[in-house]
Design a protein around this ligand. Structure first.
Ligand code: SAM
Length: 188
């Protein structure tokens, strides 16, 4: 398993590289489907940029499987709620009305993504909403020692359809035109 995201050096580097990048446009779309004040779990909160935007509208709980990111989040947001959670197993007895992630679930292999989505279904209340972004493309690669899985608009919904009604799948530009996808779906 890669140590990227797990060491002080790589986390400091990620925070610097990700400066100025945020999920504002995704969150704007999420707000069409998830009402204000809803309870929301963010998976892979990382530096906390989106967590800070989400907390303006939602009762948001941040989470990550990196102690280094969790330490950074807690130090910068002493009143914030954060959990140590792995995106695949999501071991918590809490329930949420929504689950959000921005560029996190692409680190899961196809079979891990299937497990994660089934678990997300379990920890959501009735009609719960998921909103996740992915890198758009085909195949997979290792980048900075990390597994990166690419998804297409046609294949991505098939991971969710057993447990969720798809509400939206859209392309967007993170760094280059149509390099990314996001999906919003409602618990069946
Ligand atoms: C590309 S960063 C994105 C961080 C943040 N969402 C953002 O938009 O800046 C990926 C994040 O997911 C976390 N992550 C990677 N694999 C994970 C897993 N299996 N479970 C939980 N978090 C994971 C990393 O620690 C890191 O914080």
């Amino acid at each position: 398993m890669s140590e990227y995201y797990k060491t002080k050096e790589s986390v400091t580097e990620y925070i610097r590289l990700a400066e100025g990048v945020n999920g504002g446009r995704l969150i704007k779309k999420l707000k069409r489907f998830l009402p204000p004040k809803a309870t929301l779990l963010e998976i892979g909160t990382g530096p906390g940029t989106d967590w800070n935007i989400l907390k303006e509208d939602y009762q948001v709980t941040g989470s990550d499987n990196s102690q280094e990111f969790l330490g950074h989040l807690k130090a910068n947001n002493p009143k914030g709620h954060f959990l140590e959670l792995d995106a695949i197993t999501l071991v918590t007895d809490k329930k949420f009305e929504g689950i959000y992630s921005n560029k996190v679930l692409h680190h899961l292999r196809d079979d891990e993504l299937t497990v994660s989505i089934a678990r997300q279904h379990q920890i959501l209340g009735p009609n719960g909403i998921v909103c996740h972004s992915f890198w758009r493309g085909e195949g997979a690669e290792i980048f900075k020692g990390l597994f990166v899985n690419y998804h297409s608009e046609s294949a991505l919904p098939t991971f969710f359809e057993e447990h969720f009604e798809i509400l939206l799948v859209e392309r967007y530009a993170e760094f280059e035109e149509a390099d990314s996808l996001f999906l919003i779906a409602k618990k069946r």
